[in-house]
Design a protein around this ligand. Structure first.
Ligand SMILES: Nc1ncnc2c1ncn2[C@@H]1O[C@H](COP(=O)(O)OP(=O)(O)OP(=O)(O)O)[C@@H](O)[C@H]1O
Ligand SMILES: [Mg+2]
Length: 243
C-alpha cells in the first residue's frame, strides 16, 4: 500500500507569531525521513500541523493513499489517526498513573485497529519485551527508555501506515537512544511503515534516515537527497558534528 505525505508551502504559527514560512516536505511511501533542527526552529510545529493539532494559515497538507488524496488541513487529530497517521509526541505524553497495558490500550481506539487488539498487543510486547514484564506497572514509574518504548508501542496499537515521531532521543542515555532507533528501523522494515522523525541527535537519526531536511527559523534550509548528502552538508558539519 502506497502512503505518501505531502506538506506544500505551509505557513503556520501561534497567534501573531509566525513559525513556519513556506515549508514544503514530502515523505514517500516506505521512507524514513528526518527533520533536523535545533531548539525552537519549528520541528514540532510542523509535525503538529500534519497531525491536525496546529492549523496552518496557508498551504496544503495531504496524504496520498492508493492514488487517493486526503487533505489533512481542517481535520481533527482523531480523524487523522483514522486515516492511518499516528504521532509519538514530544515528551511522550503518557498517562503516568495508568499501567503500561492501560496506556497501550489507549492507542487502540482507531476503528480499524479495534478488532486486532490482542495481536497488536502481542506485536508491541515482541518489539519491546520490557513492556510485557511491566504491563501492570504504572507508566510514570518506568525509566525514561521504557517510557519511550511505551510511547512507541502505544502508537503501534493503532496500526499506523505513517508514523510521526517527535524527538525520540530526548532525555535518553546514548545506549537507549541507539536501542530505540534500532527498534524503529526494525519495526519500519517489518510493518512497512512510512516514518517522519524530528530529531536533534544527528548521529542517531542518520542511522535510520533515508534522507532528510534541515529546518532553520521555520524554513527548510537544506534538503538532503540521501543520508550521505546530509552528512556532507556544511551546516550539519558545523552544528551537529562539531567539525
Ligand atoms: N503553543 C505555542 N504557543 C506559542 N508559541 C509556541 C507554541 N509552541 C511553540 N511555540 C514557539 O514556536 C517556535 C517553534 O517551536 P517548536 O516547538 O516547533 O520548535 P522545535 O523545533 O520542535 O524545538 P525543540 O527541539 O525544542 O522541540 C518556538 O519559538 C516556540 O516558542
Ligand atoms: Mg519540538
Amino acid at each position: 500500500m502506497a502512503n505518501r505525505i505531502v506538506v506544500d508551502n505551509v505557513e503556520a504559527g501561534y497567534g501573531t507569531v509566525q513559525v513556519l514560512h513556506g515549508v514544503s516536505v514530502t515523505v514517500e511511501a516506505g521512507e524514513t525521513v528526518v527533520l533536523l533542527g535545533s531548539n525552537g526552529n519549528g520541528k514540532s510545529t510542523l509535525i503538529n500541523c500534519i497531525m491536525g493539532i496546529v492549523r496552518p494559515k496557508a498551504g496544503a497538507i495531504y496524504l496520498e493513499a492508493d492514488g487517493e488524496r486526503f487533505d489533512l488541513v481542517g481535520r481533527t487529530p482523531a480523524q487523522i489517526v483514522d486515516l492511518g497517521i499516528t504521532l509519538v509526541p514530544e515528551g511522550r505524553r503518557l498517562f503516568p498513573a495508568l499501567t503500561v497495558e492501560e496506556n497501550l490500550m489507549l492507542g487502540a481506539f482507531r476503528k480499524e485497529a479495534r478488532a486486532r487488539i490482542e495481536q497488536n498487543l502481542e506485536t508491541c510486547f515482541e518489539a519491546f519485551p520490557p513492556l510485557r514484564e511491566r504491563k501492570t506497572q504504572q507508566a510514570g514509574s518506568m525509566s525514561g527508555g521504557e517510557q519511550q518504548m511505551l510511547a512507541i508501542g502505544r502508537a503501534l496499537m493503532s496500526e499506523p501506515k505513517v508514523l510521526l515521531i517527535d524527538e525520540p532521543s530526548v532525555g535518553l542515555a546514548p545506549i537507549l537512544v541507539s536501542r530505540v532507533i534500532a527498534k524503529i528501523r526494525e519495526l519500519k522494515e517489518r510493518r512497512d511503515l512510512t516514518v517522519l522523525m524530528a530529531e536533534q541527535n544527528f548521529n542517531q537519526a542518520i542511522k535510520i534516515a533515508d534522507r532528510g531536511y534541515i529546518i532553520v527559523h521555520g524554513e527548510i534550509a537544506f534538503e538532503g537527497k540521501s543520508a550521505a548528502d546530509l552528512q556532507d552538508n556544511d551546516m550539519v558539519k558545523q552544528y551537529y558534528l562539531g567539525v
